[in-house]
Design a protein. Structure first.
Length: 308
C-alpha cells in the first residue's frame, strides 16, 4: 500500500492542565501532522488567560514532530449576522477580536469562523452585519486570516453558497485578510455536486472567490443526501459522499499544501451507548493508505476496549 503524504489532521481538544500541549500530544497520538482546536468550549466565551495555555511547550513538541501549522476554530456561538439584538452582535465582535489575538499568540495564521445566521432578517441584512463586524476587527496589520466556512444551509445561516461568501468579501475593507474554510459535508448538504463534479464546483468557486482563497478543508462525510441542508457529519467514507469522492478532494493537485482536517463523529460503543471512541487514528491511517476499510469503526471500538 502506498501511503499518501498530506497535511492531514483532526479536531483535538484543549482543556485541563496541559491545554495546548495536550492538543499537540493528541495530534501526535493520532498520527496527524496538522490539527485544529477551539481555544475553549465552543458553546461559551469562557477562556483561560493566554499565559495559561502552555504555548511554548506545545510549539516545542510540534517542532519535534514536524508539525508546522495548525488551525483555530472560533466558537459557533459567535453570530456576527445578527441585526436584531445589538448586544449579541457587540459580544460577537468583541470576542472575535479576542480570538484573533489568541490565535496569533498560539502561533496559528488561520481562524475559522461560521459567518452567522441572519435570524429571519434576510441574507442582505445578515451579510451587511457580518461585514460590519469584520471591518471592526480587521486592520491593515492583522496577522491572522479569518477563514469563512462554507455552510450547509440549515435555518437562516449565511454561507450556504459561494455567492454569499463573495458578498461578504465585497463588503470587507481589508478582504486580503479573509480566506475560506471549505467543508465537504456542508457544501454537499448545500447542494454542490462535489461527488461527481468537484472540478466543476471548484471552477465556479474560482470565478466567484478564487481557489487560492481556500486556507483549510474540513474533510467530513455526510449522513445526508446532497442538498439536504442538514449538516450532520459522518465518518470518512461511511456516508453519502463516499470514500472515493473524498479521496479525490483529499489528494487534489491544486490543494496539496492545504491542511485537511477531520471533524468526524466519535464511534459509539454498541454495548454501552454512554461510551464513544475517537476515530481519528484509524481514519488518518486509512486515508494515508488510500484504501477504504469497511471495518474501521469496529476496529476503533475493539482497540479502545483492548487498551482500557
Amino acid at each position: 500500500m502506498v501511503r499518501i503524504m498530506l497535511k492531514l489532521g483532526c479536531h483535538v481538544g484543549m482543556s485541563g492542565k496541559e491545554m495546548m500541549l495536550g492538543s499537540v500530544k493528541d495530534a501526535v497520538r493520532f498520527g496527524a501532522n496538522t490539527f485544529m482546536l477551539y481555544t475553549g468550549a465552543p458553546q461559551n466565551t469562557k477562556r483561560k488567560d493566554i499565559s495559561e495555555l502552555r504555548i511554548k511547550e506545545a510549539q516545542e513538541l510540534m517542532k519535534k514532530h514536524g508539525i508546522e501549522e495548525f488551525v483555530v476554530h472560533a466558537p459557533y456561538i459567535i453570530n456576527l449576522a445578527n441585526s436584531v439584538k445589538a448586544e449579541t452582535f457587540e459580544i460577537a465582535v468583541e470576542f472575535l477580536e479576542l480570538e484573533l489575538a489568541r490565535t496569533k499568540a498560539m502561533g496559528s495564521a488561520t481562524l475559522v469562523l461560521h459567518p452567522g445566521s441572519h435570524v429571519g432578517e434576510g441574507v442582505k441584512a445578515g451579510v451587511e452585519q457580518i461585514a460590519k463586524g469584520i471591518n471592526e476587527v480587521l486592520t491593515r496589520d492583522t496577522k491572522v486570516y479569518i477563514a469563512l466556512e462554507t455552510m450547509a444551509g440549515k435555518g437562516s445561516e449565511i454561507g450556504r453558497s459561494f455567492e454569499e461568501l463573495a458578498m461578504i468579501y465585497d463588503k470587507v475593507l481589508y478582504n486580503d485578510k479573509l480566506r475560506v474554510c471549505f467543508d465537504t459535508c456542508h457544501t454537499s448538504d448545500a447542494g454542490c455536486d462535489i461527488i461527481h463534479d468537484f472540478d466543476g464546483v471548484m471552477e465556479r468557486f474560482d470565478r466567484l472567490i478564487g481557489k487560492e482563497q481556500i486556507a483549510v478543508f474540513h474533510m467530513n462525510d455526510s449522513k445526508n443526501i446532497p442538498g439536504a441542508a442538514k449538516d450532520r457529519h459522518e465518518n470518512f467514507g461511511f456516508g453519502k459522499i463516499g470514500f472515493d469522492a473524498l479521496m479525490y478532494i483529499m489528494t487534489h493537485k491544486d490543494f496539496t499544501e492545504i491542511p485537511k482536517i477531520l471533524e468526524t463523529p466519535y464511534i459509539p460503543d454498541p454495548e454501552n451507548p454512554k461510551k464513544s471512541y475517537e476515530p481519528y487514528k484509524h481514519e488518518i491511517a486509512m486515508i494515508r493508505e488510500g484504501v477504504f476499510h469497511p471495518a474501521m469503526r469496529e476496529d476503533v471500538v475493539a482497540e479502545a476496549k483492548h487498551t482500557v
